[in-house]
Write a protein that binds this ligand. Structure first.
Ligand SMILES: [Mg+2]
Length: 226
């Protein structure tokens, strides 16, 4: 019987949101230096609006931004912004302090480890490789590969099939209540919710549905429960 632990990547294994924000602001500052006629705050507000409209996996946010400001794309500004964004992001790419020791702990206990992530396959692998984590995982399933996104149960089922494990022996660990936690529970798996603070709306759903899940605020706490 295979016991499997599946992880979300972004904001579960590492602090995606914090780094992305710093990298975006750095990119905009370089673009402003090179002639983008906005204040840093206005530029960031506009970029966030575009990211919200296009989705975070769209790869031409800065092209759209220059088009909105100038009425046409400005390739040089886009190139400056993209280079800065990627360089700052990779310079700051770090695991949460307890991620590595937690994965080592689970491996030593005989768990098979997998990833279930909404995103583009190559981009998600790139993160795992850059973070030095790819060798921990027996299976990496992305929404691009599955054809559906979390919380669709089909992506969890595909991951378990790939790992050759059953739902009753599988755990999902993630930071998104709807996508990771409700999705996994609907697929029959156990769930560990990684969150700095439980929202009232989440507390209500847990109570109403009598959901059984573990709630942790630091990935290292997995070592205490598994
Ligand atoms: Mg996440």
């Amino acid at each position: 019987m295979i016991k499997a632990v599946f992880f979300d990547i972004d904001d579960t294994l590492y602090d995606t949101s914090g780094f992305a924000k710093l990298a975006r602001k750095a990119a905009l500052n370089v673009m402003i230096d090179a002639g983008l006629p906005l204040s840093p705050d206005d530029a960031y507000t506009l970029l966030r609006k575009i990211i919200k409209e296009k989705g975070s996996n769209y790869d031409r946010h800065l092209n759209v931004l220059t088009k909105e400001v100038f009425g046409e794309e400005k390739p040089l500004l886009v190139a400056l912004g993209m280079i800065t964004y990627h360089n700052v992001k990779f310079a700051l790419l770090r695991l949460f302090p307890e991620t590595m020791s937690t994965l080592i702990h689970l491996k030593a206990r005989g768990y098979h480890l997998g990833v279930i992530s909404n995103g583009i396959t190559i981009k998600q692998y790139e993160k795992l490789v850059r973070l030095g984590l790819h060798h921990f995982f027996d299976s990496v399933i992305t929404s691009q590969e599955a054809g559906v996104e979390k919380p669709d149960v089909a992506i969890f089922e595909l991951a378990m099939e790939t790992m050759n494990c059953k739902a009753e022996n599988s755990v999902m660990i993630g930071n998104n209540f709807n996508d990771d936690i409700l999705g996994a529970i609907n697929a029959g798996m156990s769930a560990v919710f990684l969150t700095p603070e439980l929202k009232e709306s989440e507390r209500v759903i847990i109570k109403e549905k009598s959901l059984e899940l573990d709630i942790i605020s630091d990935i290292g706490q997995i070592k205490d429960i598994m």
